[in-house]
Structures are given as structure tokens and as C-alpha cells.
Design a protein around this ligand. Sequence first.
Ligand SMILES: [Zn+2]
Length: 134
Amino acid sequence: MSSRKPPFDTDIATHTAEAMALPQMVCRRRGCRRRRRCRRYFTATGEPCCLSNLDPAQRAIFDRIYLAAHLAKHFLGSDSDMFETKRGPQRLLDDLAIAIARNVQNRWFRAGWDTARRAREKRMAAADRLACED
Ligand SMILES: [Zn+2]
């Protein structure tokens, strides 16, 4: 059995980097900082070049958000209980991941994905209202 990782999704990685303001904060290329988007990536890996400027702790945070966005792209609306956490850090990560995945091209079953996203927003808003009443 192969231990190779699945191919890196450059589109998700680029949008994750944008959500974290990496082009403005860590990219050494002026063009990236001005456009607020890193368009350069390593052809061998598909990783945005900005990522090479992160220290290990920053990279770990990027990887966690990237993975969550990757899961959101592929699994939101798949009848699982993923993305149903109502509070706390996991809720924030889910919200961010879905916001990133929403901007990605070629989402899985786009119309169904958007329907699932809107339904989740209503459930989360209802949960937030209940939390305020407590
Ligand atoms: Zn860059």
C-alpha cells in the first residue's frame, strides 16, 4: 500500500493563504503583497511559495486550516455530522473552512454544496440565538 499523500490542492491552499493574510504578512514578493494573493507556486508540489516563509508553528496552523477547507470543499452536504459543532474553536475553524471553500472553483456538486451551506448557516444562527438566551 502506498503512503503517498493525495495531490496538494493549490486552489484551496491559495485561498487559505489569502484568508490568513499570508501574502501581506510573509510573502517576500512585492507583486504578491500588492495583489494580496500569492500566484506563484512550486510546480513540483503545488504549494504557494509564501508557505516556505512560515516557521513550523505557523505552518502547522496553515496545514490545519487547509485540511479543514479541503474537507469542507469535498464533504459539506454529504449527510455526515461534520461541520455541525455549535460552539468553540471547532465552530470557528468550520466557519473559516467553509468561507474558504466557498471561493474555491470546482466544488463538489456546487448547487447541493451551496444549499448545504445555507442550511448550516440557518442552524448555526438558531444555535447562536439559543446560546444568547441562556
Ligand atoms: Zn507570495
